[in-house]
Design a binder for this molecule. Structure first.
Ligand code: CP
Length: 311
């Protein structure tokens, strides 16, 4: 599989066959995981380091599981107890890990572009696990795999991405992936939470849920990222839910068989009602988490094959 780089830093720039091939490989890992088998010979002798400068439950754990199921030695670096606290820079930290012959470096950072900077400095293959407001490529891949398994395709589907688009790297990666694969993408939210460049990304913009959800096949809710907001972009959580929260009545505006997604972590009662989030007939939220492990196995497999060729 020819990816444009030995790293995975973004969805932007990937072509449809590259995305489809990654999803096909991930599909084979879904089956492997469900069978209870592993493939520990694939990354035996390889070292994967999780370097997370921001909190994570799903991404970090699933990269750890993915690496271990493929036989890699996995190190979870605890940034909060590392020499970063003594003033060591991002580049010096990465250089230190590089000197330990790390093969795969999974990075989450609050600054957009931090994984790109590292990729220019280290020998390891760098995987972006979320950088600032920029991208979260493996999240978009796992979302696409989840949709494709349920709907059999991505092309021609209408996907409404709702909520705090402005601060969402998940939204940005999903917009690039879904538009590249031929989905119709809508973004729905208050004007204060929609980035000015949204229309340039090839999406339709809506400021009411009723209009944005009308006939949608997939409703993807996003977390209100209060930690990235400097001022009062929304009046209150209660008001926000009233206008932009997803409950059963609002979901009824979408297609009759519309499916609900959320990358997590969820703010129940802020952007999504528990009755919808926990409805096994409509919610794909747990399935997204399962797909996360398979997608990350596919990414590690692909990047490490490429690294082996370059040796
Ligand atoms: N979706 C996601 O990135 O979740 P975590 O922050 O728990 O990794």
């Amino acid at each position: 599989m020819n990816l444009p780089s030995r790293h995975l830093l973004a969805i932007e720039g990937l072509h449809p066959p590259q995305i489809a091939n990654l999803l096909d490989l991930a599909e084979s890992y879904v089956l492997l995981n469900r069978s209870g088998k592993t493939q520990r010979d694939l990354l035996r002798g390889r070292t994967l380091i999780n370097l997370f400068f921001e909190d994570s439950t799903r991404t970090r754990t699933s990269f750890e599981l993915a690496g271990k199921r493929l036989g890699a030695d996995v190190i979870n670096m605890s940034v909060s107890s590392s020499s970063v606290n003594k003033g060591e820079t991002l580049l010096d930290t990465a250089g230190t890990l590089n000197a330990m012959q790390c093969d795969l470096l999974v990075v989450r950072h609050d600054q957009s572009g931090a994984p790109l900077l590292l990729a220019q400095k280290v020998d390891a293959a760098v995987i972006n696990a979320g950088d600032g407001l920029h991208e979260h490529p493996t999240q978009a891949l796992l979302d696409a795999l989840t949709i494709r398994r349920r709907r059999g395709r991505l092309q021609g589907l209408t996907v409404a991405i709702c909520g705090d688009i402005l601060h969402s790297r998940v939204a940005r990666s999903n917009i690039h992936l879904l538009t590249t694969m031929g989905s119709r993408v809508r973004v729905v939210g208050p004007p204060t939470l929609i980035p000015a460049e949204a229309a340039r990304l090839g999406v339709e913009v809506f400021h009411t849920m009723d209009e944005g959800l009308a006939g949608a096949d997939i409703v993807m809710m996003l977390r209100l990222q209060k930690e990235r907001m400097n001022g009062g972009l929304v009046p209150s959580a209660r008001e926000y839910f009233r206008f932009f929260g997803l409950d059963a009545a609002r979901l009824a505006k979408a297609a009759p068989d519309a499916l609900v997604m959320h990358p997590g972590p969820m703010n129940r009662g802020v952007e999504i009602d528990s009755a919808v989030a926990d409805d096994p007939a409509r919610s794909l939220i747990r399935e997204q988490v399962e797909m996360g492990v398979a997608v990350r196995m596919a990414v590690l497999d692909t990047l490490s094959r490429r690294a082996r060729r370059n040796v």
